[in-house]
Design a protein around this ligand. Structure first.
Ligand SMILES: NC(=O)c1ccc[n+]([C@@H]2O[C@H](COP(=O)([O-])OP(=O)(O)OC[C@H]3O[C@@H](n4cnc5c(N)ncnc54)[C@H](O)[C@@H]3O)[C@@H](O)[C@H]2O)c1
Ligand SMILES: O=C(O)[C@H]1O[C@@H](O)[C@H](O)[C@@H](O)[C@@H]1O
Length: 269
């Protein structure tokens, strides 16, 4: 029987991942505070909706009052000009952690990304404590946000879990997803575990389904967070060609990695 959570804040709840986390917490938390810069409507007495930008530290600190945990999803979720990534993903994550510290929040779950290690080749099985090899500027911003989380844990005793999400999709839609898919059910399971696992200081763990072809180690996440994913993209393998060039080699980030993916944003600067 899992412990019921108290008041939990979700930032970036209006995006793709947000509704799955919201639905999980609707059941598991006493009260859920929905934060986004877009308008969100609260559903029932155990939700509060607050429109706020993560650039606004004061607004964040007010929205975190009385919360025991924050699930931080808000941010730019793909490659973008570096200045924008610094503002939203790095400064924004700093604001969330600092607002959490000021408001006395116990735990923060950061939505990091598999793309912090997206430049490891597909035949390399990556453990969460290996050096980062980000596949682009977005991945760099997530490395920095994980580092902020580690610093807030070490320096201020905030409990921080950085979940390196795989490819969150209802179902795999491309070959790479046979390795990287994160099903909604497993996403909810990882977030619930990240919120409730005991003895956490700082944990970085891959949040990926139990895909037979996955690139990332699950044992660390299982021992530190206590969640073993249940879905496997292999169920959908018949829909994708076995001889797809993706499996011949190259970076785990696939089309997200390499100069063609990054150069447009470098040139924007
Ligand atoms: N979807 C995936 O497969 C995936 C994989 C790895 C990591 N992630 C990470 O998980 C998080 C959620 O991903 P998603 O796919 O739902 O992203 P998304 O782009 O669909 O949603 C992001 C949300 O953040 C909000 N937001 C953006 N900037 C904001 C700001 N300055 N202030 C307040 N709100 C702001 C947006 O309004 C939006 O609702 C992101 O941090 C992303 O980097 C997602
Ligand atoms: O690796 C992936 O597939 C995913 O990585 C995440 O960080 C991105 O937010 C998402 O858009 C990608 O689809």
């Amino acid at each position: 029987m899992e412990a019921k959570l108290g008041r939990v804040v979700i930032t970036g709840v209006a995006g793709r991942v947000g509704p799955t986390v919201r639905a999980a917490l609707h059941r598991d938390a006493e009260h859920v505070v929905l934060v986004d810069r877009e308008s969100v409507t609260a559903d029932g007495a155990n939700e509060t909706a607050l429109k706020a930008d993560i650039a606004d530290l004061g607004a964040l600190a007010r929205s975190f009052e009385g919360a025991e945990a924050v699930v931080h999803l808000a941010g730019l979720s793909g490659e973008a000009p570096f200045a924008d990534l610094l503002d939203t993903n790095v400064q924004g994550t700093f604001n969330v952690l600092e607002a959490a510290r000021r408001a006395g929040v116990r735990r923060v779950v950061l939505a990091s990304s598999n793309r912090v290690t997206g430049n490891y080749p597909i035949h390399h099985h990556v453990f969460p404590d290996e050096p980062p090899r980000p596949d682009g500027l977005y991945g760099v911003s997530k490395v920095a946000s994980e580092a902020l989380g580690q610093m807030y844990a070490d320096t201020f005793g905030l409990e921080v879990v950085a979940l390196r999400l795989g490819s969150f999709e209802e179902e795999p839609t491309e070959t790479r997803h046979l390795a990287t898919w994160l099903s909604p059910r497993d996403c909810a399971g990882f977030v619930r575990a990240a919120l409730t696992a005991p003895n956490v200081s700082f944990v970085a763990a891959y949040a990926v389904s139990a895909n037979a072809r996955r690139f990332w180690d699950l044992a660390g996440g299982e021992s530190e967070l206590g969640y073993r994913p249940v879905d496997d993209a292999a169920r959908f393998a018949a829909g994708f060609p076995d001889d797809d060039p993706f499996w011949h080699g190259g970076p785990q980030g696939g089309a997200y990695a390499g100069p063609d993916a990054v150069l447009p944003y470098v040139r924007d600067e």
